[in-house]
Design a binder for this molecule. Structure first.
Ligand code: FE2
Length: 497
């Protein structure tokens, strides 16, 4: 067995079976309301995976649920990006992740194999990596870097070192690269001992937007994908909703296949549970610890109903998950550390000149990627990057509908955020849409650790300063109110019930 596989097995053996759970946000919907509703319905859940939130909020969750297995869905550790360690406040993100993991007492840290920032451009939702060999190497190296940091920082006070899990990301209409998606993850697994999260809805978008849906049926695709994807590394499975994009656009392709996107607020279509059943039957799925419905941005009532149906349908898998044996996890840790100190576990990939050159080339490719998706460097067909069988109109759908909607409305409607400033812009005949062109006009250094809401505020202030300087005082006043309210909301925690 390869050292990298041995190390994974050693690490994953310290994680207890979690069973059926939920991947949630602290605020959307209110997590305490959700927990109360589940308890009132006597609906037992094996664990909660919590999306990144403020430290006080996470501490309040741990206090409210002292005996619950809590895991962490991180954000801002852009492992796919070649300039991860120089452009995105990595030290701050690593310290934040370690603090959050310690507060929750996690066994794993899950992060999408995707980024919301690349080559100086920022986005509100995830963009998948370039599916190339150079990207495999950079991603694996950065996962190792994060895991090493956690190994050094995490033993106290829980005595538990969380395992890095890499999640299969969604495709939003397209992907670039010359490696099939499953092969990309296989090669990452060959280079680093991380675990994987297989998101069933994301997998459906891979089928839909990598060209496979035009060549074969879903069943055939699924069988082929699972035989290449590192199923033996899958530690968690996610299932979430799919929906047409709220801004509209074409509902389907000429063959009638729906243009669904990953949508956590939408109902979970039955076909994803059919896919899940097939996935669970795969013989290589040996290290699965938990299956979670990913339910942020959904009503509490809808979550309770979906979780009830889910637990009824998959009760047999859940029965196999018990009993949980938490005693094993800490018993194994000293051995892991001893092995590490003795140099028997896989070591970080050394960075040499060749790797540096590879990173520079990859960075240039990400610059072209960002240029293509923002429409800044528009060519049809796209030049300079291999695309995974691009569907006609896919890039247009992203840059003409999806991205403008993200910048103007997603995570905060600008007209709600800056009502007075927007009125001044209207009076001056400055279309709000010109803010989209301003946003993607040039690469900009990330001013702070990633936060799309705060970034939107900062960019809009700068935009107003440029296009309507006489309204800047209004914009600054509204921005100050927004920042103060946001800061207060992040610090706010619900009283413990
Ligand atoms: Fe997910």
């Amino acid at each position: 067995m390869a050292p990298v596989d041995q190390e994974f097995l050693q690490r994953v053996s310290l994680i207890p079976r979690h069973g059926l759970g939920l991947s949630v946000d602290v605020y959307q919907p209110d997590l305490f309301e959700l927990v109360d509703a589940l308890e009132q319905c006597s609906l037992a859940y094996g664990y909660l995976e919590i999306f990144k939130a403020s430290q006080p909020a996470l501490a309040a969750v741990r206090q409210r649920l002292p005996a619950c297995l809590l895991e962490y869905h991180a954000e801002g550790l852009w492992v796919t990006q070649p300039d991860m360690d120089t452009a995105y406040h990595l030290d701050h993100e690593l310290a934040t992740a370690a603090a959050h993991l310690g507060t929750l007492g996690c066994h794993w840290i899950n992060h999408e194999c995707a980024s919301k920032q690349m080559a100086g451009y920022a986005f509100g939702t995830y963009l998948p990596p370039l599916y190339t060999q150079a990207s495999v190497e950079v991603t694996a190296e950065h996962i190792r870097l994060v895991q090493d940091h956690l190994d050094r920082q995490m033993p106290a006070p829980t005595g538990r070192v969380p395992l890095f899990l890499l999640e299969l990301p969604p495709l939003t209409y397209f992907a670039f690269g010359d490696l099939p998606v499953a092969e990309f993850f296989r090669r990452v697994a060959d280079r680093t001992p991380c675990g994987m999260v297989l998101d069933i809805g994301h997998l459906w978008t891979v089928y839909r937007y990598s060209g496979e849906a035009r060549r074969k049926g879903l069943t055939e695709f699924l069988a082929e994908f699972l035989d290449v994807f590192p199923m033996e590394r899958v530690v968690q499975i996610h299932v979430a909703g799919l929906a047409l994009h709220e801004a509209g656009g074409k509902a389907s392709d000429p063959a009638g296949s729906p243009r669904w996107l990953d949508a956590h607020g939408a109902p979970i279509p039955g076909l994803l549970f059919d896919m899940l059943k097939r996935v669970l039957a795969h013989p290589q799925l040996r290290c699965l610890k938990g299956i979670a419905l990913e339910v942020d941005n959904k009503t509490v009532l809808q979550i309770v109903q979906e979780f009830q149906q889910f637990t009824e349908r998959f009760a047999s898998w859940d029965a196999l998950s018990r009993p949980v044996q938490p005693a094993r996890q800490d018993a194994g840790r000293p051995a892991l550390h001893a092995e590490r100190q003795a140099g028997r576990l896989t070591q970080p990939v050394a960075e040499d000149r060749q790797a540096h050159t590879g990173k520079q080339e990859l960075l240039a490719q990400y610059d072209r990627y960002a240029g293509l998706v923002t429409g800044k460097r528009w060519t049809d067909p796209p030049l300079g990057l291999p695309a995974l069988d691009l569907e006609p109109g896919a890039l247009e759908a992203y840059r003409q509908t999806y991205l403008p909607h993200e910048i103007l409305y997603w995570g905060g409607d600008l007209r709600d955020m800056f009502p007075e400033t927007c009125r001044r812009l209207d009076q001056a005949d400055i279309a709000l849409e010109s803010f989209v062109r301003y946003w993607v006009r040039e690469p900009r250094r990330s001013p702070a650790p990633y936060d799309f809401f705060l970034l939107k505020i900062e960019r809009f202030e700068a935009f107003v300063r440029e296009v309507l300087p006489e309204a800047i005082e209004t914009a600054v006043r509204e921005a100050t109110v927004l920042r103060e309210a946001y800061g207060a909301a992040c610090e706010q925690v619900r009283p413990v019930a």
